[in-house]
Ligand binder design. Sequence first.
Ligand code: URA
Length: 230
Amino acid sequence: MRLDKYLAHLQVGSRAEVKQLIKKKAVSVDGEVVRDPGFAVAEQSQVTVSGTVVAGNLAVTYLMNKPAGVITATEDPQARTVVDLIDAKDRRPGLFPVGRLDKDTTGLLLLTTDGALGHALLSPKRHVDKTYLATLNGALTADMVTQLEQGIVFKDFTSAPAQVTVVGERSAEITIHEGKFHQVKRMFHAVGIEVVSLKRLSMGALRLPEALPLGSYRALTEAEMTLLQE
Ligand code: URA
């Protein structure tokens, strides 16, 4: 990849700014000052700017604990998006959220530059299970649980049987197999109860780490990456 593009992708500066740095002889590749912005950087090259090593992957996958009040989109003229929560240094071209959580939903959200990974996780063929903790406006009855576990017929789709565990007087964990718009809220509504708040706990074998504060994110570990591929 061209040196100027490489530095811009790693958020060292805009394309114009990094060209200036190169012109000012501030950029070295493998110990040699490079003055050509079009210099081809090899994958294993070490690039420094003013003596500091510029490191970082161009391909990233982050796990976020999404807070309420931000929308799941890459950009929006008015609202704050999940990508706005990513530090400038960690942003990469093409970074996008995998699937969508409602503005008021919290919890596990992946953001990645890896289109194939995003596609695989969202593909209806893969049926990646998603588990949510739902706080409800009343108590879930045994009959409601049965209906949810049998699948709900909507106008646009029929939900596959969900797994439901009552975890409190007004809260339950629910595992669904699709990812339709407002699906969990619609399922509870269909059986006669409303969701007051919703938190995603897991996607496939990947769980939201308890220690990750709301609004924070971190790169996926190798082990977590493997879990996702299962
Ligand atoms: N189901 C919903 O209703 N909302 C979400 O954010 C995710 C699943």
